[in-house]
Design a protein around this ligand. Structure first.
Ligand code: CIR
Length: 255
């Protein structure tokens, strides 16, 4: 059984961090409904969903992916690159302690979970505006004793590594080649996003299903042509906060 940890949409989401997008009004009622539907998609994909209460004074706290990396062996609570997001880590640590031994990225390193792509025992980390060399080195020190390699990857033009690449089927990645070099990831098959949909590279693979935004129909056609089964979700309000589908959950194996 896989576990998916989610957190309700903050009433303060209008004050979220924005790096590459213009601020647009977010319809909070719609955001809440979309988030509930996203949780239902996780449940349909076979997850046991552990839904945490919203934190109204932390605007970006719905994006739980960024505050932890959960491996089978250990959970690493991050030190997010955005100062406004650092208190989110204190709220996730006790929750993860119910599932794993917990360790922490320490000052001065920074790391956002959105920069961490795990492909089997290979972990790739975006060297982005949010994750720095010190944070990446700390992750390496924790993960290598368990047999993981940790490789830093330059990311340009987008927020996180997983804005530019995600795994969409075992051994298959979906890539925006304008933001990351697809050949950096070893022996994987690469599907490129439709160039008209630059934000389309973020999908959430759970079991045999790909939870994926319905706002990218051209890329959906490419994925379906490759035989990938899509579980479409409407996340338009969360996209205004520069969020996507991986960032709204922490999915890991139950023990
Ligand atoms: C932020 O800038 O931190 C949030 N507004 C969006 C975070 C999205 N996280 C992710 O894609 N992993």
């Amino acid at each position: 059984m896989q576990i998916a940890i989610t957190r309700g949409v903050s009433a303060g989401i209008a004050a979220c961090e924005l790096t590459h997008l213009e601020r647009r009004p977010i319809d909070i009622a719609r955001a809440l409904a979309q988030h509930r539907a996203y949780e239902q998609a996780l449940a349909r994909a076979g997850c046991s969903v552990e839904s945490l209460p919203a934190l109204d004074d932390l605007p970006d706290s719905v994006f739980v992916e960024d505050v932890a990396i959960v491996l089978d062996e250990i959970a690493i609570v991050t030190r997010p690159g955005a100062i406004s997001r650092r208190p989110e880590a204190d709220h996730i640590a006790p929750v993860l302690a119910n599932h794993r031994r917990v360790t922490f990225i320490q000052e001065p390193g920074t790391l956002d979970g959105g920069d961490v792509l795990r492909l089997g025992r290979r972990i790739y980390v975006g060297r982005s505006g949010r994750s720095d060399d010190n944070g990446i080195e700390q992750l390496r020190a924790v993960a290598w004793p368990y047999g993981y390699t940790v490789t830093a990857v330059p990311v340009t033009g987008c927020l996180h590594l997983k804005s530019a690449i995600t795994e969409v089927s075992p051994g298959v990645v979906l890539v925006n080649p304008a933001w990351v070099e697809g050949t950096a990831f070893g022996h994987v098959s690469v599907i490129e996003i439709d160039p008209a949909e630059p934000y389309a590279a973020n999908g959430l693979l759970v079991g045999s299903r790909l939870i994926y935004p319905l706002s990218f129909p051209r890329t959906i056609r490419r994925l379906e042509a490759a035989g990938i089964v899509i579980e479409p979700v409407d996340v338009s309000e969360l996209q205004k906060a520069e969020g996507a589908v991986t960032c709204c959950s922490l999915v890991f194996n139950g023990v």
